[in-house]
Design a protein around this ligand. Sequence first.
Ligand code: SAM
Length: 273
Amino acid sequence: MRDLFRRAGIGTAELEARLLAEAAFRVDRLELVNRERELARPEQLKALEALAERRLRGEPVERILGEKDFWGLSFRLNEATLVPRPETEMLVERGLEEIGGLDAPRILDLGTGTGCIPIALLSEFSDMRAVAVDLSEEALVAARDNARRHGVDRRIEFRRGSWFDPVASGERFELITSNPPYVESGTIATLMREVRDHDPLLALDGGPDGLAAYRAIAAEAPLFLGPEGVLLLEIGAGQAQAVSDILVGAGLFDVTVERDLAGHERMLVARRG
Ligand SMILES: C[S@@+](CC[C@H](N)C(=O)[O-])C[C@H]1O[C@@H](n2cnc3c(N)ncnc32)[C@H](O)[C@@H]1O
């Protein structure tokens, strides 16, 4: 299977073949190695073949498995959730640096998907509370499930609506995070099939210039940030200048760009004052 995956151009062929074998045989990595011969029974091989076929048809391995690791925690996926990406962990890391020392801080995550950003943050500090918003009720079903699995459900409130709509006018947050949809509508058709055909359109489509969500979030963020509040936004390739301009135009201060481990401009940090 590993060679089949390689020939199909799958970059992480070995890892993906192993993960699918663990799922088909319902064993962990160690068992897979120790019981290799015993596990290769015809019905089990058939189960593995079925999973391999789905992968070869372009379904990402995380979708087949139904979960993805993020910040060392496993997040359940459904059809309405984006598969969390490792680069988004930058928002968690920076968020912890910004508010980790505060007393009972409140965070708001906009476009929460699986809930990966706020749940990862809450898993680090027991006195933190969060509100998480998504337009998709189905995504919130997965996010609520993930919060329960990781034991933070009592400290997070999930609200359905568009960006700040479900946030009351008097609410203030020390940290607002978002990894919004940022792909230009016209380029979605050119994305890798794993993304284009399997991530939900609502999680990808950032409007004609990819910036619609940033405009909406920037316009209202100053109203909901606490006095020393910080806004962290994930951005797509080539968007740093345009999104910085939007943030400055909306009255936010100290706007800086941060690069990810691969050296790409990936996150914007902005402050209320
Ligand atoms: C790029 S995904 C990010 C999901 C998750 N935060 C992550 O990093 O994996 C963007 C999310 O924004 C949600 N979304 C799209 N438009 C929205 C809107 N107008 N208001 C709130 N959420 C929205 C989508 O449903 C999706 O879950």
